[in-house]
Design a protein around this ligand. Structure first.
Ligand code: AMP
Length: 548
């Protein structure tokens, strides 16, 4: 008898059906075998396949991994954009009990170097376009034994490591490779998250946590994906597991559209319309690029029904443009790598649905409510619980089957409080409707005269100034108040502005004592590897004050 059913007969219960991610693709192949995956190839063309086909090919890759000596628990890395082959690789690796470690190609070399060695990755499965990264890195990564290129291998070696093309590797391999049959608490995936200080930290997902995250996020409170949806997976698979979409869309047998390398407004628009996409998820920047492109070219969206926007705060202008001009419902979501990643969504509860439109719109701007499977609390600095009154800001802490317990290979460092909650590092409120709102990041707070100022809130308002492309607020030292806010603005191309224009724009919208002491116009905003504002670098640049 297999692991899957072994314990059931003994105690007169339900079957012990192990929650392992391979079952997701097996289900899709059996019951939605003809459902399509459309991938953007590097040359811009669209290739098409089905769940039935990628399951067969994934099992062939599993066979090749086993033949190459890959064993349970081994880390196999991917360095790739969103394509059908990348999806195959995920299931092939996890299906045999190895761990799929998604590498973020946007990280700096020294971070990638640290991550590959820390994870002790044995193989790296990479897009050929990333060959130069591997050439630079692999001489310093003795753990890596083999490189597999998701296409033709540009050379027989990569940084001194033997390299092979994906198609030649899987050709002739068995399609019957057995998947699963190991404990559901076994590791399935690994993702590193950049800390604000120090080295990146590894978040190791179990099969059970990923299957539960899939079930949780497929509900109407979150993604609400069904087999009738066509899902454009814009958020990269190396960024917090593409928010779990390779699992959730597959579990539903939804058509999956994979954008490859092209995430610009024109390419995303072409996929949305050309593939009749109904649902998508991405960070605000991607949507802003799309809307800018559509406005410039007087285009409309005809099939998209719902988008999940998260990763950073969603500006009101984005929600309004999607809703009012294109009839697209925006769900604002929040989460983090350590949470698999989704924790909340702004989907209205029945109580909220009955509220006046203006109140509902205001709530939609918040990060939203938790789902079953995520416990959340806010606490003061001493860990005492704060009320859900929408006013008191505190540390947001979470607990659940998809929340981290310890970082990978840092098992001796406790990251939970006495009640088992993980501190997200975010600061926020929870209102009487259960809507959580991020007001800041813990390390980002500006504490002025003992009181907190929300840099995020000032930024969000300043970013709505018609001349602003991006806005950032950081704390700068002040002899009396310890810290005061500084507003940094990157103007739209061709625009000129004075500090007074921005201060006047903020006047009346924020408390007087929140008013930035100075406004500085910058040519460039430093962005981190995932496209988010790098406040650490900004703070370092302005450590001496507004003069920089
Ligand atoms: P990551 O692990 O890279 O996905 O980053 C997670 C962090 O991004 C969270 O802890 C938040 O600080 C931030 N974040 C994610 N979603 C949102 C959101 N909707 N609004 C504001 N911040 C967000």
């Amino acid at each position: 008898m297999s692991e899957d059913t072994r314990r059931a007969g003994d105690v007169g219960l339900m079957q012990h059906w192990l929650l392992t991610v391979d079952k997701i693709l097996t289900h899709a192949a059996h019951w939605h075998g003809c459902a399509e995956l459309a991938s953007r190839e590097p040359d811009g063309s669209i290739s098409r396949t089905t769940y039935a086909a990628i399951e067969r090919r994934a099992r062939q890759l599993s066979s090749a991994l086993l033949a190459g000596g890959v064993a349970r628990g081994d880390r196999i890395a991917t360095l790739a954009m969103n394509t059908a082959r990348h999806v195959e690789a995920w299931y092939a690796i996890a299906g045999i009990g190895a761990v799929c470690h998604t590498l973020n190609p946007r990280l700096f070399d020294d971070q990638l170097h640290y991550i590959i060695n820390h994870a002790a990755d044995r193989w790296i499965i990479a897009d050929p376009a990333f060959a130069p990264i591997l050439e630079r890195l692999l001489p310093g990564c003795p753990c890596v034994e083999r490189v597999v290129y998701l296409g033709d291998a540009p050379a027989a070696t990569a940084g001194g490591v033997p390299a092979v093309g994906y198609e030649s590797l899987i050709a002739g391999q068995s399609t019957d490779c057995r998947w699963g049959d190991f404990d559901e608490t076994a590791a399935a995936g690994l993702c590193y998250t950049s800390g604000t200080t120090g080295n990146p930290k590894g978040v190791l997902y179990s099969h059970r946590s990923q299957v539960l995250h899939t079930l949780i996020t497929c509900t109407a409170a979150a993604f609400g994906i069904t087999s009738r949806d066509t899902v454009l997976m814009v958020v990269p698979m190396f960024h917090a597991n593409a928010w779990g979409i390779p699992f959730s869309a597959t579990s539903m047998g939804a058509k999956l559209v994979l954008p490859g390398f092209r995430l610009d407004g024109a390419s995303v628009y072409e996929l949305l319309e050309g593939e009749s996409v109904t649902f998508s998820a991405a960070v605000p920047t991607v949507w802003q690029l799309l809307l800018d492109y559509m406005i410039a070219n007087r285009l409309r969206l005809t099939t998209l029904k719902r988008v999940l926007i998260g990763g950073s705060a969603c500006p009101e202008s984005l929600i309004r443009t999607f809703a009012d001009e294109h009839g697209v419902e925006v769900v604002h979501g929040w989460g983090m790598t350590e949470m698999s990643p989704l924790g909340t969504a702004s989907t209205p509860s029945s109580e909220v649905a009955k509220l006046p439109e203006a109140t509902r719109h205001a709530l939609q701007l918040k990060q939203g409510r938790v789902f079953f499977g995520v416990d959340m609390k806010i606490t003061d600095d001493e860990g005492r619980g704060l009320p859900h009154d929408g006013a008191q800001q505190g540390h947001i802490k979470v607990k659940g089957p998809c929340v981290i317990d310890r970082y990978f290979r840092a098992e001796d460092v406790d990251v939970l409080d006495a009640d088992g909650y993980f501190d997200t590092g975010d600061i926020g409120t929870i209102d009487r409707y259960g809507f959580m709102q991020i007001t800041d990041r813990a390390k980002d707070l500006i504490k002025s005269g003992g009181e907190w100022i929300s840099s995020v809130e000032i930024e969000n308002i300043a970013a709505c100034h018609p001349k602003a492309l991006m806005a950032a607020v950081i704390g700068i030292p002040h002899p009396k108040w310890r810290e005061r806010p500084l507003l940094l603005v990157k103007l739209r191309p061709g625009q000129h502005a004075t500090p007074e224009e921005f201060l006047g724009y903020l006047d009346g919208k924020i408390a007087g004592w929140w008013m930035p002491d100075a406004v500085v116009f910058v040519e460039e905003m430093p962005l981190g590897a995932t496209g988010k504002l790098d406040k650490k670098r900004l703070r370092a640049s302005f450590a001496g004050g507004a003069a920089g």
